[in-house]
Design a protein around this ligand. Sequence first.
Ligand code: ZN
Length: 374
Amino acid sequence: MTWSLKIARIAGINVYLHWTFLILLAWIFISSLNAGQNTTEAFTGVAFVVALFACVVLHEFGHALTARRYGIQTQRITLLPIGGLAMLEKMPEKPRQELAVALAGPAVNVVIAIVLFIYIKASGLSLPTSQLEDPSQITLGKYFLPNLLFVNVLLFAFNLIPAFPMDGGRVLRALLSMKYDRATATNIAARIGQFLAIGFVFFGFMYDFWLIFIGLFIYLGASGEASYETQRSLLSRLTVRDVLMHQYTPLHAWETIGRAVEILLDGQEKEFIVTEDNQIIGTISRDDIIKGLQALGKEERIKRIVNQDWIRLSTDMELNEAYEQMSRKKLSICPVYDEYGELVGILNQENILEAVMVESAREGSMMKPRAVAD
Ligand SMILES: [Zn+2]
């Protein structure tokens, strides 16, 4: 992501900062000065936001490190002005594991809040009042830690709202999955989330503008999660064999980039597998070809630009598994092998999208989902 700045690598996970976050800090600093504060006080306001986001990072690490216990890696953690985002490869599908991963984040905020509470009590500071002090009024010492305690309690409560994309939505889904299948559980959880979202918007109009914003955020999150899960359950009924393409044009490693451009312009194919001595050595996408053309010219061999980080798919693999593996490696094309190890075709992202469209059309016309016979 070009808009993000890598700020740390902790426990093997890269932490990125979205550049808009810096605008938030600058805005707090400038508005504090405008409110008549001196530079030290303005810096304290900025330090508070940084401390708050440090808590958010710890929250995200709660998710990431718990997921790691179940063999799920986290690609990155990104800090946005609206919060943190841990990009897990996927959520675990076993309800108990999903429950643990979802709860781990808010649990971190509870721990932070307890530690702060003990420290504040021990050092004789006063506890926060129910209303968060205006960030521009935070002075070092007196309100800093009590307010940090207060926002951790808020983070805990907010994240446990039982609606996607909040952690509470996943907790709810995990609990429902113990009784229903995952697609049904997701749908019920998404409905509850949308119902809550409408409630937020409604109360937002009466009381507080921010509730409208939160309501819309939840509504979109719930819809997104439901359609993602629908797609997954559609794909899980198909195998790679059902959608693979038998006809494709392999490129040879010694052909030129210019030749690849010709083939690209000549037909429908946008990504290719690359062979050398009758062996696949990698794949190449339209973007690779264009970038190679710009950087190296059309006379250069394809071998120079081939993506060697490719994977084999097998014909009997479930399509959602193939899709996940391809997304994880950002591959748009993969060679497919049968049970005897023979290359039988290729699978690309477009095949998968078409399969989703066909399956959902079929489902719409038949009302009841059914397993696709091979
Ligand atoms: Zn969370």
